[in-house]
Design a protein around this ligand. Structure first.
Ligand code: ZN
Length: 490
């Protein structure tokens, strides 16, 4: 992520963040929004509903635990974005950003052996946010203009992702000089370990996940593998951190680490495949499934290998093979509700790739949650795509509207809603939903352009939808005012 840095215009009058005082919560959120806006534009940004649901699920459990422990001040809780942003990178990294944004590389999800290990990293990063570490290191730069601070953080991220190209990313010599000062101190790291450990265990995750992750990092450290583990560069394993970890380990005794579950193995395989979509990697996934002997693997390992094979064959458009591996997977996951759910989502994905939306609908209907249960994001999105293609675009639009009523910042839901409107010939609504896609990703200039196009359509159209036209006018005014605020903030 952050390999692409949009040009940042220099400004003359620089409003300072306050005279050495700590940055306010709303200023930190605005800085976070500014950074997130660039990340959403990055070609490596990926909004995968299935992996997103996995990471967000862990994140929400950790937040609830932090709240219970009094680690999450209500003002932060309400004002911050609390959004996890996934990046397609293969490297192992996660980073907390200002304003409650959190970046996670797919390489981290692929590298961990359990949900608990993933939770340990997220809990550590969450603690950097709740302990206000981020604002403390940023406030040291309080003489910098917000736009420069944002550029510095993006530059530091780009340098961590891609050390070779770092020189090209940094905006000006000033940013280069202060970039080194954006790292957390050793004390902050130890505090994030301590608070994070408490939060993750309170959330019900296995504490051995914390130790397991630490061991993985130590191993990578031994091989000096910071290229694949940029996380190590921002989180050096100091002797104090290792000692703290060893004393926690002794508390836990010698118990075996949490077992690899089928669901985790499948999602780790998905992360690996989405981070490496090249033909060679698709072929390799198929070959390793073909060469694998079931007897030599645990059921969880088999589930991971078959899942990767389905995605590999799907990417190569070898649908018969994909179907065969899906059937193996379906037989394997019977009796494991979480793995069966992931298999159903994968089956629907495959059916859509095979241009068989009817089959996708059937698969998804079989797994419709019980009455009273909320629909999951992957299920809703796959169903919306299937329904939009099978003459049920109106039903798809209705469900998406219900979803968006409480999650207006879900860009992908707006995208699907736009497609559902277009399929019904409701062009004006489709264009407005496109504007909302951009607004949700904080790109207000692009949103304004789409709204202007919608206003033009409304002026020319013979059968104007007056309610929609008035919504468009209201949204235009709101977006214009957000753009003006943005211009002032620089
Ligand atoms: Zn840290």
């Amino acid at each position: 992520m952050a390999q692409v840095l949009a040009p940042v215009a220099a400004q003359t009058a620089l409003p300072s963040l306050g005279d050495g005082a700590e940055m306010s919560i709303s200023a930190e959120r605005r800085l976070g929004d500014r950074i997130a806006r660039e990340l959403y534009r990055d070609p490596d940004y990926i909004d995968d509903a299935i992996l997103g649901e996995y990471v967000q699920g862990i994140w929400l459990r950790l937040m609830a635990a932090a709240r219970q422990r009094g680690e999450l001040p209500p003002e932060l809780d309400q004002r911050f974005a609390w959004d996890v942003v996934l990046g397609r990178e293969r490297s192992v990294n996660a980073f907390a950003l200002p304003g409650g944004y959190m970046g996670v590389h797919l390489g981290l999800i692929a590298a961990v052996s359990s949900e608990d290990e993933l939770a340990s990293v997220l809990a550590h990063e969450l603690s950097h946010v709740t302990q206000r570490h981020i604002v403390r290191i940023i406030s040291r730069q309080s003489n910098q203009a917000p736009w420069l601070l944002g550029a510095m953080i993006l530059g530091a991220l780009a340098a961590a992702s891609n050390p070779g190209a770092a020189g090209a990313m940094i905006v000006g010599g000033q940013a280069a000089a202060v970039q080194g000062q954006l790292n957390f101190s050793r004390d902050m790291e130890r505090e994030a370990d301590r608070v994070g450990y408490g939060v993750m265990t309170q959330a019900g995750f296995d504490a051995r996940g914390f130790v397991g992750m630490f061991e993985k990092l130590q191993q990578a450290n031994r091989f000096n593998d910071t290229g694949a583990f940029p996380y190590l560069r921002s989180h050096p394993l100091t002797t104090e951190r290792i000692a703290d970890m060893q004393s926690r380990q002794q508390l836990q005794g010698q118990a075996a680490p949490p077992q690899l579950t089928m669901a985790h193995a499948m999602l780790a395989a998905r992360a690996r495949m989405l981070a490496n979509p090249e033909v060679d990697s698709l072929r390799a996934a198929l070959l390793s499934a073909q060469g694998a002997t079931a007897a030599a693997m645990s059921p969880a390992q088999q589930a991971g290998v078959y899942y990767a094979a389905v995605l590999g064959a799907m990417g190569l458009r070898e649908f018969e093979q994909a179907q065969r591996w899906l059937e193996r997977l379906q037989a394997l996951v019977r009796g494991d509700a979480r793995a069966a759910y992931q298999t159903r989502m994968l089956g629907a994905e495959l059916a859509l790739a095979m241009a068989n939306p009817r089959r996708a609908s059937e698969l998804l209907a079989a797994g419709t949650p019980e009455a009273g249960q909320t629909v999951t994001r992957p299920l809703l999105f796959l169903r919306a795509r299937a329904w939009t293609q099978t003459g049920q675009a109106r039903e798809a639009a209705e469900q998406l509207q219900v979803w968006l009523a409480s999650r207006p910042r879900d860009a992908q839901a707006w995208q699907l809603l736009s497609a559902a409107y277009a399929a019904q010939g409701q062009t004006l609504r489709a264009v407005r939903a496109e504007a909302e896609v951009h607004a949700a990703r904080l790109d207000y200039a692009a949103a304004r352009d789409r709204l202007r196009a919608a206003q033009e359509l409304a002026r020319q159209g013979p059968n104007v939808d007056h309610i929609e036209a008035s919504i468009i006018d209201t949204r235009s005014r709101e977006i214009e005012s957000l753009l003006r605020e943005q211009a002032l903030e620089r």
